[in-house]
Design a binder for this molecule. Structure first.
Ligand SMILES: Cc1cc2nc3c(=O)[nH]c(=O)nc-3n(C[C@H](O)[C@H](O)[C@H](O)COP(=O)(O)OP(=O)(O)OC[C@H]3O[C@@H](n4cnc5c(N)ncnc54)[C@H](O)[C@@H]3O)c2cc1C
Length: 280
């Protein structure tokens, strides 16, 4: 299938992008890496009258570490995250997740902002950002605002972004010496969207993990924190954590809810082992 006809504009700046979105009253869409958007246009799941291309807009790309915080520009490509020594050192959870995101050709073009804005419930990066307790910077007609990742994902493919907003950056605390990260997913083929996945962070105190965050993806409309399992794991028992898993996944084309719940327990055991290991 071919997309419905649309106009194209290359934004000269962030303000220009926001003005173009505003001038088209909810009928325009931003074009980032195009890896999800172009497919939805071709399948006519979306028919915007205008694509606003933000490739090349100054200030939207790059990875910075300052004052104990990591900041990543929205147009930073997956491949840049995958190859970054700063990400490996200061954001080990993202480094663990990157190889699971699609295939190299898609990672060459896809962006972190596009992935978060698209908010696929089976995507890795939304869950990672919730596990990192990160925040999302949104730039809109009234200026910039920051939204906690846990408040950003509001429903199936829905976020706190308004029709005239641009996701401009993300921020989270850089991993310290006691930070632990764990990541695992099960997909039918490597690079496919996950059937079930788990992104986890913790601060280690001796052998215990008091601040563990377990965030599943592929089990609901948004990333899902398994809070009862977190409490059980923080108390020291992986078996109790698996038994306490407070997830209620529905059936989808990949697996039944019951299978997903079982797989969530399998992943929890794998991730708990990673969390127990000090950073190399
Ligand atoms: C075969 C295939 C397999 C894939 N497998 C995976 C996978 O396993 N895991 C995974 O996470 N992803 C997967 N993807 C998706 C891939 O990661 C995309 O790169 C990502 O979802 C979208 O990023 P993008 O930059 O291409 O965004 P686009 O496709 O350009 O945009 C996606 C949506 O987000 C909006 N948008 C983009 N940027 C912004 C912004 N800065 N502010 C506001 N709105 C914005 C667009 O308007 C559009 O609605 C796969 C894609 C394909 C084609």
């Amino acid at each position: 299938m071919k997309p419905a006809a649309f106009a194209y504009a290359k934004a000269r700046s962030l303000d220009d992008a926001i003005a173009l979105l505003g001038a088209h009253k909810g009928e325009a869409k931003l074009l980032a890496g195009g890896q999800s958007l172009i497919a939805t246009l071709n399948m006519r799941l979306s028919a915007p009258s205008l694509l606003v291309d933000i490739n090349g807009v100054a200030g939207l790309e790059g990875i910075g570490v300052t004052g104990g915080m990591v900041e990543i520009g929205a147009m930073t490509r997956h491949v840049a995250l995958e190859r970054s020594s700063d990400i490996a050192k200061h954001a080990p959870l993202i480094a663990l997740a990157m190889p699971h995101i699609a295939h190299p050709a898609i990672r060459n073009r896809g962006t972190i902002g596009g992935s978060l804005a698209y908010a696929d419930p089976a995507a890795e990066l939304p869950a990672c950002l919730v596990a990192l307790d990160g925040e999302i910077e949104i730039t809109g007609p009234k200026g910039k605002r920051a939204v906690q990742a846990s408040d950003f994902f509001t429903g199936l493919f829905e976020t706190a972004l308004g029709p005239h907003d641009v996701l401009s950056a993300i921020r989270f605390r850089a991993a310290g010496a006691n930070a632990r990260a764990g990541f695992a997913e099960l997909a039918r083929r490597h690079g496919d969207y996950a059937m079930v996945g788990l992104a986890a962070t913790a601060e280690a105190t001796g052998k215990s993990l008091p601040d563990v965050r377990l965030v599943y993806f592929g089990v609901g409309a948004t990333p899902v924190r398994a809070r009862k399992a977190e409490a059980a794991l923080a108390a020291g028992s992986v078996d109790d954590a698996v038994n306490a898993l407070d997830l209620d996944p529905g059936d989808d084309i990949q697996a039944t809810g019951a299978v997903k719940k079982h797989l969530a327990g399998v992943l929890l055991r794998r991730v708990a082992k990673q969390l127990a290991e000090p950073r190399a």
